[in-house]
Design a binder for this molecule. Structure first.
Ligand SMILES: [Zn+2]
Length: 310
């Protein structure tokens, strides 16, 4: 039975940073966004967090050998067909209300379970981290037979998230030829609501879900990490946090399969809140996002009226 810590939330909420810090803890192995493994790695051979092409990374080669007798044996078209059939945001109500999983849900979940189990064995870690974020995938994994699932739900102020989605970010794994998706603030607000609400629903279905506010986590990452390790059931010694200071972390090479460009960072990483949106997100857009996301923002403890700085 693979012990899995799933990092969930809407994109641009800070899951990659949380994953990088958790991945430094003994007994943890951070895998990146496994939801993208099938296309970006197995098929497109993009770069692993260690810098090597996926096919050239010894860690992932061993995982593939153990899980599937080699990645060439994974029917990526089948994985995609299953994903389209079961892992969509519109399927969440059905997934959440089901009393038994369909064969397709079980089959789709089994691909992930095999990756998790093999990665745990190859790394020797007691717990693997999947930072796929997607709420629909977390609902699918609830039905995996051989996954002991715990979910960390990372929430960030919807207005900061909306601002982040308006910015252009290049995807370094494609050597600068491709940019990350952008959303308008209105679209981002609607998606923020849907994805965050879905994790509340998951918790009500009995999955252990621990919610953190990204901004609060960054004010004291050490305390935040201790609480996360406690939730994960991971014993910690004070020296395990030596890599972490209030304003920076010293990161080792990781093998994140996919995700935000921060997965490539090795060495010193500054830890600071990015509140640029308070000044940079136009007030009309800020009001729009605040109105759409108001109920959940309030439920999570965010102030609705934030004076823009002069
Ligand atoms: Zn690697």
């Amino acid at each position: 039975m693979a012990q899995v810590l799933f990092l969930g939330g809407f994109g641009r909420s800070g899951t990659t940073l949380v994953e990088r810090l958790l991945g430094e803890l003994p007994g943890m192995c951070a895998l990146g966004e496994i939801v993208h493994l099938w296309q970006r790695d197995i098929r497109d051979d993009e770069r692993c967090g260690c810098g090597a092409r996926f096919s050239g990374c010894a860690f992932w080669r061993r995982v593939g050998d153990l899980a599937f007798n080699g990645w060439a044996n994974v029917d990526v078209d089948r994985v995609h067909a299953l994903r389209d059939a079961v892992e969509r945001t519109r399927h969440i109500p059905r997934l959440a209300s089901a009393t038994a999983a369909t064969d397709e849900v079980r089959e789709y979940a089994s691909y992930y379970a095999r990756v998790y189990a093999a990665a745990a064995e190859v790394s020797g870690a007691r717990m693997v981290i999947d930072s796929s974020k997607h709420s629909a995938l977390a609902h699918v994994l609830r039905w995996a037979d051989d996954v002991d699932l715990k979910v960390v739900h990372v929430v960030r102020d919807a207005r900061g998230v909306a601002y982040s989605w308006t910015k252009t970010v290049t995807r370094p794994e494609t050597d600068g030829t491709d940019e990350m998706t952008r959303y308008s603030p209105g679209r981002s607000a609607v998606l923020w609501n849907a994805h965050n609400a879905a994790f509340g629903l998951l918790a009500r279905r009995g999955v252990p879900v621990y919610r953190i506010r990204y901004e609060e986590f960054l004010t004291d990452p050490r305390a935040g990490l201790i609480r996360l390790a406690d939730f994960a059931g991971l014993p910690l010694h004070p020296e395990n946090l030596d890599f972490l200071r209030k304003e920076h972390a010293d990161l080792r090479v990781g093998h994140s399969a996919a995700g935000n460009p921060m997965r490539f960072t090795v060495g010193r990483l500054a830890l600071r809140r990015d509140d640029a949106w308070v000044r940079a997100l136009p007030s009309a857009q800020r009001r729009l996002v605040g109105a759409v996301c108001g109920p959940l923002l309030r439920a999570y403890g965010y102030p609705l009226n934030i004076a823009s700085e002069a």
